[in-house]
Write a protein that binds this ligand. Sequence first.
Ligand code: AHR
Length: 492
Amino acid sequence: AQKSIHIQVYPDSAQRTISKHIYGHFAEHLGTCIYGGIWVGENSPIPNNKGYRTDVVEALKKLQIPNLRWPGGCFADEYHWMDGIGPKEKRPKMVNTNWGGTIEDNSFGTHEFLNLCELLGTEPYISGNVGSGTVEEMAKWVEYMTSDGESPMANLRRQNGRDKPWKVKYFGVGNESWGCGGEMRPEFYADQYRRYATYCRNYNGNKLFKIASGASDYDYNWTEVLMKNIGNRMHGLSLHYYTIRDWNKKGSATQFNNEEYYWIIGKALEIEEVLLKHMAIMDKYDQQKRIGLMVDEWGTWFNTEPGTNPGHLFQQNTMRDAMVAALTLNIFNKYTDRIQMANIAQVVNVLQSMILTNNDKMVLTPTYHVFDLYRVHQDATYLPLNITPDLVTIRNKPVNTISASASQKNGVTSFTLANIDVAETKTVTIDVSKLKGKKLNGKILTAPNITDHNTFDKPNTVQLADFSKGVLKNGVLTVTLPAKAVVLLQLQ
Ligand code: AHR
């Protein structure tokens, strides 16, 4: 039987903007994310623009990605940026020890990344090497990218073909410094942060936004120690959260039953509790909410696709991943007073990606379509809302079957709704009496099976469709929300 669920929107309490940077992405030198996925080189038979895959660049432009984090991840703490500049034939090769022992030829380096950002119209977010790099190396990288003066690094950049500096705002001082980034204790990292961050200078009007390497999941002590010791020296603090069930048995990305589906959904929803706890610690030291919480890695992490290099983290992406993306983004939208950025891991061919490629073929994933739907929230005014509970128990916790966000931009009110139930349609009513607009438009992402996904042979199994099951009458919007569906409704 269908149950009626009500959403109350509070447009009068709308105060905040949802930073577009919540919709950020991540590209690591890992598997075929960079090489093959984004970069094929100018001489490749795969259609490209100066070495960047045309199909991938076009798809990413459509998503209006606000920022791109690079070069890692774990890779960042073994990356020596000077190996990736200058004539390509002279660049040394290295072994990517974190990710499958692949040979990295450094043909994609600082210039190639920052030029890609310009091509995409996206802001770069650079991760600096604290784990195995020196203070000098990091300081020089910042100088190389951003100095316009008469300085050794600016001159080297000019010699390598780039006259004007790039604009680089977001700069990460290390990554997972408690793990692959150096196995440090939080107290030790806090001291290291002081040294490294001191020499990351602001050149010629470029103002760095320095991000400290933050905790993973439930490590609240890391956040506490960093806030206490270096809270006054950072602009942002990161957090990583993946929906992993068991590190040794992550489960198939495409073959799972309903129990496995709901477990992952429960874990995805649990990020709200985790965020609240980290944010409470941040509030203790920073009541003005000056420091941003940057969830700079998040998403699903399943077994790699059979037959692929296990170190390359190439995984398929189903309607389940789409649900995880929708639920997580609805949660981030709620807390943008503290959350200033988030980066799903990763953009192409790695973990919960937007795009999968295989040689010259490309396919958009269900997660891509969710990001496409949710673009409307970027830099929009957040409308607080309340949903009457329609609860199910997952992982011994009550969770709501319906997740929603609302925002306003340019006179249009946008609702993104998700129904996690695999079987049941839900009827949702939304009080829109205080909102302007009579014209309703809708789009939906759903599929017959929760395991459905797009392949190179069948790229459109899961795709967006027009949605007309929203009816506007007497200030109430009634939506018939199919099972396992993500919907965008726009009122104007
Ligand atoms: O995204 C894959 C890896 O996950 C990153 O390199 C690392 O930071 C995290 O552990």
